[in-house]
Design a protein around this ligand. Structure first.
Ligand code: PLP
Length: 393
């Protein structure tokens, strides 16, 4: 059998770890069990000793809070996708994110974090971690020197999200990680927007790669889950501490669903991107639209960095309308039929949200409309937007 980790992504996703199951089943079963039984004293002792190792040998799983074949298999696939030694799934994106953060901080530590990261992550830094004596400085992030200048002697973590999920600003991963490594500071990134198909932050030196699997990895708006990919050394720390104490492992059934979803990830993101690119270009021509934010444009301000770090933009398009009053925004979003009004993204169905937004480098708050372009036909997406614009003209 080939080493599936060495094969192309599409091939790896169909085969890695899948060929070794009971009764000739074409698909791995769901190991829906909390505990594992051992025939011998020695077998039990060995499993206890190996419990914090990832990947766990299949016959050494011990207790499903720590490891389970369904959980471990999908974690190995994430590691192969992100080109890291280890991967693991958690009960939500936030569980993966807070696990990744907690393993990098202690009382007295300082964090540098990008201002436009996911809202609850930002609040975790600004509102929650101060309880434990951890302080955070927020940075715009587009200039690596600004990030480096925010480092203090007690900084232990630089937290990135490139691109952000609203106006899609990038951070220079290589420049930031090179400096962080020199100083023994860890780096983490929320890579949910790009997915491992379009960006592999470990290639640029990022230590911990985080995902909400609720979005693209799940892809069908039916699972809440999160993923973390990192080195063996950091994963061992996580297994013995955060995984053990917080106990937020993803359950076997959800793990199995993610495994199913990941087989089609490359196909799905490709179609999402094609649809979003066409919608973004179309929006730019509309008189009702003042500005369109999309990192896939040829004239995207950070085009060079985009081409270095990413293989494509994904499904999200954000735009500012000439109308900025709530009644008109309400009328517009409620009139949409293909784009349903709701949070989240990365699923098969198109979604829309309107949100007031004010990053550090904007003078005033602006209303933005964010579209997630799903897997419907793109002509129906444009027609939908067209009829809603007609109502507010
Ligand atoms: C949704 C989201 C998360 C949180 O993921 P959950 O699975 O909902 O906990 C984190 N980061 C980004 C960019 C997100 O959009």
């Amino acid at each position: 059998m080939p080493d599936w980790r060495e094969t192309r992504t599409e091939t790896m996703l169909q085969h890695l770890g899948e060929g070794t199951h009971v009764y000739g089943a074409a698909v791995p079963p769901i190991f829906q069990n909390s505990t594992f039984i051992f025939e011998t004293w020695d077998g039990f002792r060995e499993a206890m000793e190996a419990q914090f190792d990832l990947p766990t040998p299949r016959d050494k799983c011990n207790y499903s809070r720590i490891n389970n074949p369904s959980l471990d298999l999908v974690g190995e696939k994430l590691a192969a996708l992100e080109k890291t030694e280890c991967g693991r799934f958690f009960a939500s994106g936030m569980a993966a994110i807070t696990t990744g953060i907690m393993t990098c901080v202690k009382a007295g530590a300082h964090v540098v974090c990008v201002d436009t990261c996911y809202g609850p992550t930002r609040n975790f830094f600004s509102e929650y971690l101060p309880r434990f004596g951890v302080e955070t400085s927020f940075v715009i992030g587009t200039d690596p020197q600004e990030v480096i200048d925010a480092i203090r002697p007690e900084t232990t973590l630089i937290y990135l999200e490139s691109p952000g999920s609203i106006v899609f600003k990038l951070q220079d991963l290589e420049a930031i990680c090179t400096e962080a490594r020199k100083r023994g500071i860890r780096t983490a990134i929320d890579n949910s927007y790009s997915t491992p198909i379009y960006q592999n932050p470990a290639d640029f030196g990022v230590d911990i790669v985080l995902h909400t699997a609720t979005k693209f990895l799940g892809g069908h708006s039916d699972i809440v889950a999160g993923g973390l990919a990192t080195s063996k050394a950091i994963m061992q720390e996580i297994m013995a501490n955060e995984a053990q104490y917080f106990g937020s492992a993803l359950g076997p059934f959800q793990s199995w669903l993610i495994l199913r979803s990941m087989r089609t990830l490359p196909l799905r993101v490709k179609q999402h991107t094609e649809n979003a690119t066409e919608v973004a270009r179309w929006l730019r021509e509309r008189p009702e639209v003042r500005e369109v934010h999309y990192c896939g444009f040829d004239d995207f301000p950070q085009r060079e960095l985009f081409q270095k770090q990413m293989r494509a933009a994904s499904s999200l398009v954000c735009f500012e309308t000439v109308f900025q009053d709530e009644p008109t925004l309400r009328k517009f979003t409620e009139a949409l039929r293909v784009y349903r009004l709701g949070v989240s993204w990365g699923g098969h169905e198109s979604l829309v949200v309107a949100l007031p937004f004010k990053p550090m480098d904007w003078q005033e708050e602006r209303w933005l409309i964010r579209l997630h372009c799903g897997l419907e036909h793109v002509d129906d997406m444009k027609a939908d937007l067209d009829q809603a614009f007609a109502l507010v003209r």
